[in-house]
Design a binder for this molecule. Structure first.
Ligand code: BGC
Length: 758
């Protein structure tokens, strides 16, 4: 039976309640022994457990227990496989049960605004819909075990530079469309037990003090039911935090803040009911764990290692392939680069896992008796000038081999929590070696181990590129399976690889100001920007190759009409036209065809991954509702899509759209309009309620116009006049003698009536 938490809170003293709102130490909440309330333990995450048993320190200097390191979010997002990440969540949930952990601190869903953010490896995507869907599936997986999650870092924590104090300055539209939906989708579809608020300020107010963020948006708009905790040390004004909807302060050391809560209640600054509310929210989650805890679950590290291998194989993205992959095992193959024997498979900082075992591609090749020679070439963990002797050895080995596989990537020191990257470069020694080797052997393959995009000046000179990201402790075996075709690559990029870092839309405002970070690019993040600018990129969002080929066809919709409350099912046939079984990622984008100002060309609103055998055809189904067509209209504080035409675009990459159809949308929502002389003719024309008035008015105005009667060949014809007066406020029509005072009044009266105003 579920514990009655309300009753428990009624029995608590004010001091006990205040102290429950602060952690006991780095990883525990406080117990209230008098009432039998237990403390509970949490641990980082998100892609495995970082349970620190002894002396806790959140930077991970003290080792945590041996655990299984699953692929990081940069990799799992590329799988576009919600079922798979759900299973990964279940495995992590079971591990938590075995270790008596009530909460795993993840997933981390911040949007990859810039490729330079040091923590991008922990985040899913530049696209909020994809990030939200992956997060919700992960959370549902973990929480199916009654173990909680902590979706983080809420919100607009998109850089490490001054992350604890900087203010992220963004418009509400930008937040609602780009930086919030990953949290929103997760809240609506999976109710994470906890939300971790970020360190930074948002438009001047710390996330931990921010009532608009933590109550209006999170709870009132999205219906959040769990509790909010601080990131480690993110508290600002503890009393304001309670008011704002921040329930738990972490990590420990909270005695003086607990006392401030008590004092504020006693002197009438804080309503005790708000403290009760916080305690109830915390205890609901505590008891959801203890009341439902399944006993006797064991942490089977070997079985979970195998799961980690299988997941990593789903995440690898084949970026380029001239046909050299899969490798022919009978050929003479040389592996170059220390990552072949010591892969980089996870990032640094709070998500760092003490892995139970790590397999390298070289270990796997040896275990399978493959004909592979190995040359170190360059070190995995250092960014230092090339060692001439190693380079010569690599070139000599490359000359004598049928195929060369270079294992390249970023050393730990380049990308980590706590600081951002200075540029998008790979270590120069690696670039030099790749170029030199490719020059002597045209069958050069590059395998990448990195947590975020890199510049690849040699991309056109090599035969194939396989992006393995930070693929977890099983990455070596997974790489082997993909290279030799035991598994068919099926990952697609969850982020754009720009040609150069300077092309990124945030470039001019990233890490330029320690106090404020201006999100001036607005909603144009990632492909939304590159698409709009028609800018060439190295690899587009959604791109990924396979060892087979697919044909998408027969795009059909359950209806080509949509209203505010209806949904449309979109079906597409996927045929495997090649000779091996493979998985395709079908992507559905939506574009507004109504000339609405300031919208991306298209936005991802659905995806489906499907396995198809050679010659076989399968149908995938996706669903959209009016939200998929909408932008956030600040004037009404709501999502809005004007009535009109929308296109549905389907392909296997944002730059490979092969199917297209249109739907007609009709809304009852009215975008508010000013109703005074500053209203322009164009705005009236764009609103169906006022368009007929403007048509009538135009007719009259043309008759009265000094240019009346002019034909198209003359200085100002009718078409030109229409175009010119589009931006003309109706008050100016009077100045030009097109309407008189009385007509002007009638006009405003008619507009008011059409807009339903008195
Ligand atoms: C990180 C969080 C992490 C916490 C606990 C913070 O520094 O930002 O992501 O969960 O530490 O280790």
């Amino acid at each position: 039976m579920a514990t009655d938490v309300k009753k428990l809170v009624e029995q608590m003293t004010l001091e006990e309640k205040a102290s429950l709102c602060g952690g006991d130490d780095f990883w525990h909440t406080k117990a209230v022994e008098r009432l039998g309330i237990p403390k509970f333990m949490m641990s980082d995450g998100p892609h495995g457990l970082r349970k620190q048993d002894m002396e806790a320190d959140h930077l991970g200097v003290n080792d945590s227990i041996k655990a299984v390191c699953f692929p990081a979010a940069c990799a799992t997002a590329s799988s576009f496989d919600t079922e798979m990440i759900g299973k990964m969540g279940e495995a992590i949930g079971d591990e938590c049960l075995a270790e008596d952990l009530s909460i795993v601190l993840g997933p981390a869903v911040n949007i990859k605004r810039s490729p330079l953010c040091g923590r991008n490896f922990e985040y899913f995507s530049e696209d909020p819909y994809l990030a939200g869907k992956m997060a919700a599936a992960y959370i549902n997986g973990v929480q199916s075990r009654h173990v909680g999650t902590s979706i983080k870092h809420f919100a607009l924590n998109n850089q490490e530079y001054f992350r604890m104090s900087n203010s992220s300055e963004a418009s509400e539209r930008t937040m609602r469309e780009i930086y919030f939906p990953a949290f929103e989708i997760a809240v609506r579809e999976s109710q994470p037990k906890t939300v971790m608020c970020s360190y930074n300020k948002i438009n001047g107010t710390y996330a931990s003090d921010n009532e608009w963020l933590l109550t209006k948006v999170l709870r009132d708009d999205w219906g959040y039911e769990g509790f909010v905790m601080t990131d480690w040390g993110a508290v600002d004004d503890r009393v304001q935090g309670i008011r704002a909807g921040l329930e738990l302060e972490m990590p420990g050391n909270t005695a003086s803040n607990d006392a401030k809560i008590v004092e504020a209640v006693k002197n009438g600054e804080l309503d005790e009911k708000l403290v009760d509310r916080s305690c109830e929210r915390i205890l609901k989650v505590v008891y959801d764990y203890f009341d439902n805890k399944k006993e006797g679950v064991v942490f089977d590290r070997d079985a979970d290692h195998e799961k980690a291998v299988a997941i990593a194989a789903e995440c690898g993205v084949l970026l380029e392939n001239d046909g050299i992959l899969p490798l022919d095992a009978s050929k003479k193959i040389v592996y170059i680069g220390e990552y072949a024997e010591a892969p980089r498979y996870q990032g640094g900082g709070s998500s760092h896992i003490n892995s139970s075992k790590v397999t390298s591609a070289l270990d796997s090749a040896k275990a399978k008796g493959r004909n592979v020679e190995y040359v170190k070439g360059f070190p995995a963990q250092k960014d230092e000038p090339i060692d001439k002797a190693e380079l010569d050895k690599a070139i000599a080995a490359a000359k004598g081999a049928d195929v060369v596989v270079i294992f390249a990537g970023l050393p730990d020191v380049i990308e980590s929590e706590g600081y951002d990257r200075a540029n998008m470069n790979m270590p120069e020694a690696q670039n030099e070696l790749i170029e030199a080797v490719a020059a002597v052997n045209s069958n050069t393959v590059v395998v990448l181990h990195n947590g975020s995009p890199v510049e690849t000046p040699w991309a056109d000179d090599v035969a194939a590129i396989l992006e393995m990201y930070l693929g977890g402790q099983g990455v070596g075996e997974a790489t082997d399976q993909l290279l030799y075709g035991e598994k068919n690559p099926s990952g697609h990029l969850a982020e754009t690889f720009p040609m150069r870092v300077q092309d990124n839309p945030s470039y001019l405002n990233f890490n330029t100001d320690p106090v404020k970070c201006y999100y001036n690019e607005g909603v144009y993040v990632g492909y939304r920007y590159y698409d709009k600018k028609m800018m060439p990129v190295r690899w587009a969002f959604g791109h990924g190759l396979s060892y087979t080929t697919f044909e998408l066809s027969n795009l059909r919709v359950s209806s080509d009409k949509m209203t505010d409350d209806s949904k449309i099912t979109v079906c597409v046939d996927v045929k495997n036209t090649g000779s091996v079984t493979g998985k395709e990622v079908v992507q559905l984008y939506v574009g507004d065809l109504n000339g609405t100002f300031d919208r991306p060309v298209k936005e991802l609103k659905g995806f489906a991954k499907v396995e198809v055998a050679p010659g076989e055809t399968k149908t995938v189904e996706m669903e959209i509702c009016s939200r998929a067509l909408s932008y956030f209209e600040e004037a009404i504080g709501d999502w809005f899509a004007p009535s009109g035409k929308y296109e549905l675009l389907v392909g296997n990459s944002s730059d490979n759209i092969t199917l297209r159809t249109e739907i007609e949308f009709e809304t009852k929502k009215i975008r508010p309009m000013r109703c005074d002389g500053s209203l322009t003719v164009g705005e009236m024309m764009a609103n169906p309620a006022t368009a007929p008035i403007v048509a009538e008015m135009m007719k009259k105005a043309q008759e009265n116009s000094p240019f009346a009667g002019a034909d198209e060949n003359e200085a100002i014809g009718n078409e030109m006049m229409e175009a010119m007066i589009r931006f003309m406020p109706i008050k100016s029509l009077k100045s030009f003698g097109m309407v008189n005072d009385e007509q002007m009044e009638q006009l405003l009266g008619a507009v008011s009536a059409a807009l339903g105003r008195k």
